[in-house]
Design a protein around this ligand. Structure first.
Ligand code: PMP
Length: 373
């Protein structure tokens, strides 16, 4: 039995873009992607890629960065990203998942403690699972819980380094972390901060540098900027002191033993950084749309989170999937999110606001949700 019962003729047919589109579950108005600024299809980004192709930037790297895979485009991107985010160095990974798991598995050592927010992303858990440090989960966005976990660990004889891991903007609730309070906890305990800016990058902060950009450049701060969300590309930039970057380059297995990401994509990310810097109107429009969505959708139970991610928590899985199905059938691409992606009993519609829709579409979504509920 072939794994895929596909004939050559079907494959030829599959190559037709329309058919691919029909097969790909990318239906309806975009209320679910992380393409917050609409950059994934931006003409300026496409032009930058075409220009890079024309000047000979290769599509594939052909090997690990440490062997033949390093391309000048990787180096230039990292230099520009470090300058943009205001950190000493940056290191580009092929995905946020690879970067985050590399950070959490490589930097904390045996004898160290990682205190992480209970809602950190699966990629952080992956890193901690592989790594050798002890870990403690702290109540969501509760600086005192982080502080207590560290104090307890020290009282039990812990002597290693302490790493505090959290997200600046949470992907499923759209709420912000108490960043300055967590930075104070870090200062009190001489701890390091590992801050995942996946959903804040491009959306918040001066020039879209994120919610924690003021901390960039400090010697105890390592931040992660994913490039596959508001930047419309893929990959992730780790921003860190040079000594930390060097350590990851020499010890990070996910970096060392992996083919370097596409140099052409590096050109795209460079262009995306330029767009973040000089098209602030995209952010302004997104914030206006998100505020509008908060006003229109909160009467139906959505949380006006103050960000571009608005959860509508329905609780049980069946109701969530029923409402999601009804909304999708009406042409709105809203996804139901269930455990283990979110805690048990908090199944929800995750409504994300992007520049791929406008006020009229938000009004339409509100009407459909109202009916489905
Ligand atoms: N961190 C967070 C908070 C995320 O939401 C995601 C993506 N869902 C990642 C890391 C992983 O990033 P990527 O999709 O680039 O692998």
């Amino acid at each position: 039995m072939p794994i895929l019962d596909t004939h050559a003729a079907d494959l030829a047919d599959l190559a037709s873009r329309d058919r691919l589109r029909a097969l790909t579950p990318r239906r309806g108005l975009d209320f679910s992607s992380n393409d917050y600024l609409g950059l994934a299809t931006s003409p300026r980004l496409r032009d930058a890629v075409a220009e890079a192709l024309a000047r000979g930037v290769p599509l594939g790297s052909g090997g690990s960065r440490l062997l033949r895979g390093n391309d000048p485009e990787h180096d230039v991107l990292e230099a520009e990203a470090a300058a943009f985010f205001g950190c000493e160095s940056s290191l580009w990974f092929s995905s946020g998942f690879a970067a985050n798991s590399a950070l959490l598995s490589t930097l904390p050592q045996r004898g160290d403690l990682i205190v992480h927010d209970e809602l950190v992303h699966a990629s952080a858990h992956e890193g901690m699972r592989i790594g050798r440090a002890e870990r403690a989960s702290a109540r969501h966005s509760d600086p005192q819980a982080f502080d207590d976990a560290i104090t307890d660990w020290r009282a039990r004889g812990g002597t290693g380094r302490v790493w505090i891991a959290f997200e600046s903007l949470y992907s499923m609730d759209g709420d912000r972390a108490p960043i300055s309070e967590l930075a104070q906890v870090a200062a009190r305990h001489e701890a390091f901060l590992l801050i995942d800016e996946a959903h804040a990058t491009g959306v918040f902060g001066p020039q879209g540098r994120g919610l924690a950009s003021e901390l960039d450049g400090a010697e105890n701060v390592i931040t992660l900027r994913t490039c596959g969300k508001a930047m419309g590309c893929e990959g992730a930039l780790v921003c860190a002191p040079t000594v930390v970057r060097d350590f990851i380059v020499n010890r990070g297995r996910g970096f060392i033993f992996s083919t370097a990401p596409s140099p052409l994509m590096a050109s795209a990310v460079r262009a995306a950084l330029r767009i973040l810097a000089d098209e602030p109107e995209r952010r302004e429009r997104l914030h206006a749309l998100a505020a509008y969505a908060g006003t229109v959708l909160s009467p139906h139970g959505a949380v006006a989170s103050g960000s571009q991610i608005l959860p509508l928590i329905l609780g049980d899985d069946a109701t969530t999937m029923r409402v999601a199905g009804a909304v999708q059938a009406a042409g709105f691409d809203v996804r139901g999110i269930r455990p283990p992606t979110v805690p048990a009993g908090t199944s929800r519609l995750r409504i994300s606001i992007t520049l791929n829709i406008g006020e009229a579409e938000i009004d339409g979504l509100a009407a459909v949700i109202g009916k489905a509920l």
